[in-house]
Design a protein around this ligand. Structure first.
Ligand code: SF4
Ligand code: SF4
Length: 81
Protein backbone atom coordinates (compact mmCIF):
# COMPACT_ATOMS: atom_id res chain seq x y z
CA UNK A 1 0.00 0.00 0.00
CA UNK A 2 1.19 3.51 -0.80
CA UNK A 3 1.75 5.81 2.15
CA UNK A 4 1.83 9.52 1.34
CA UNK A 5 3.10 12.05 3.86
CA UNK A 6 3.01 15.83 3.67
CA UNK A 7 5.55 17.61 5.85
CA UNK A 8 3.61 20.51 7.36
CA UNK A 9 6.73 22.39 8.37
CA UNK A 10 8.10 22.40 4.84
CA UNK A 11 4.82 22.98 2.98
CA UNK A 12 4.32 26.53 1.66
CA UNK A 13 0.59 25.98 0.87
CA UNK A 14 0.90 26.59 -2.86
CA UNK A 15 -1.63 23.76 -3.47
CA UNK A 16 0.06 22.74 -6.71
CA UNK A 17 -0.02 19.14 -5.52
CA UNK A 18 -3.81 19.38 -5.31
CA UNK A 19 -4.05 20.77 -8.84
CA UNK A 20 -1.74 18.20 -10.38
CA UNK A 21 -3.01 15.00 -8.75
CA UNK A 22 -4.99 13.17 -11.45
CA UNK A 23 -7.04 11.04 -9.07
CA UNK A 24 -8.02 13.43 -6.28
CA UNK A 25 -5.82 11.86 -3.63
CA UNK A 26 -4.66 15.23 -2.29
CA UNK A 27 -7.38 17.74 -1.53
CA UNK A 28 -7.39 21.30 -0.22
CA UNK A 29 -9.03 22.23 3.06
CA UNK A 30 -8.66 25.72 4.46
CA UNK A 31 -5.87 26.34 1.93
CA UNK A 32 -3.85 23.34 3.09
CA UNK A 33 -3.23 20.05 1.29
CA UNK A 34 -4.45 16.83 2.85
CA UNK A 35 -4.10 13.22 1.76
CA UNK A 36 -7.72 12.19 1.58
CA UNK A 37 -7.92 9.15 -0.67
CA UNK A 38 -4.57 7.29 -0.57
CA UNK A 39 -6.12 4.15 -2.07
CA UNK A 40 -6.64 6.06 -5.32
CA UNK A 41 -2.94 6.90 -5.71
CA UNK A 42 -1.51 5.56 -8.98
CA UNK A 43 2.08 6.37 -8.00
CA UNK A 44 2.66 8.89 -10.77
CA UNK A 45 4.70 11.11 -8.39
CA UNK A 46 3.44 14.26 -10.10
CA UNK A 47 2.70 15.79 -6.71
CA UNK A 48 6.27 15.31 -5.52
CA UNK A 49 7.64 16.58 -8.79
CA UNK A 50 5.76 19.90 -8.64
CA UNK A 51 6.30 20.44 -4.91
CA UNK A 52 8.80 23.29 -4.61
CA UNK A 53 9.30 22.55 -0.90
CA UNK A 54 10.09 18.84 -1.25
CA UNK A 55 7.36 18.30 1.30
CA UNK A 56 5.72 15.15 -0.07
CA UNK A 57 7.08 11.65 0.41
CA UNK A 58 5.74 8.27 -0.68
CA UNK A 59 6.33 4.81 0.63
CA UNK A 60 5.49 1.85 -1.52
CA UNK A 61 5.99 3.58 -4.89
CA UNK A 62 8.44 2.07 -7.33
CA UNK A 63 9.61 3.82 -10.45
CA UNK A 64 8.77 2.11 -13.70
CA UNK A 65 11.85 2.85 -15.79
CA UNK A 66 9.91 2.43 -19.00
CA UNK A 67 7.77 5.43 -17.98
CA UNK A 68 10.75 7.72 -17.23
CA UNK A 69 12.63 8.91 -20.31
CA UNK A 70 14.53 11.87 -18.88
CA UNK A 71 17.55 10.78 -16.76
CA UNK A 72 17.54 14.07 -14.83
CA UNK A 73 13.87 13.67 -14.05
CA UNK A 74 14.47 10.11 -12.97
CA UNK A 75 17.20 11.24 -10.55
CA UNK A 76 14.91 13.91 -9.13
CA UNK A 77 12.04 11.49 -8.65
CA UNK A 78 14.25 8.93 -6.92
CA UNK A 79 14.65 11.10 -3.86
CA UNK A 80 10.90 11.00 -3.22
CA UNK A 81 10.60 7.24 -3.00
S1 SF4 B 1 2.99 21.29 -3.60
FE1 SF4 B 1 4.23 21.02 -1.73
S2 SF4 B 1 4.39 23.08 -0.88
FE2 SF4 B 1 2.71 23.13 -2.33
S3 SF4 B 1 0.88 22.68 -1.09
FE3 SF4 B 1 1.58 20.72 -1.92
S4 SF4 B 1 2.91 19.91 -0.29
FE4 SF4 B 1 2.65 22.07 0.13
S1 SF4 C 1 1.59 10.13 -6.81
FE1 SF4 C 1 0.17 10.87 -8.40
S2 SF4 C 1 -1.81 9.90 -7.90
FE2 SF4 C 1 -0.47 9.70 -6.09
S3 SF4 C 1 -0.99 11.45 -4.78
FE3 SF4 C 1 0.75 12.07 -6.07
S4 SF4 C 1 -0.13 13.05 -7.91
FE4 SF4 C 1 -1.77 11.89 -6.85
Amino acid sequence: MIEITINRERCVRCLECVDVCPTGVIVAKDNEPFVENPDKCIGCLSCSYVCRADAITHKGVYIEKKLVYDPKLEERIKKFV
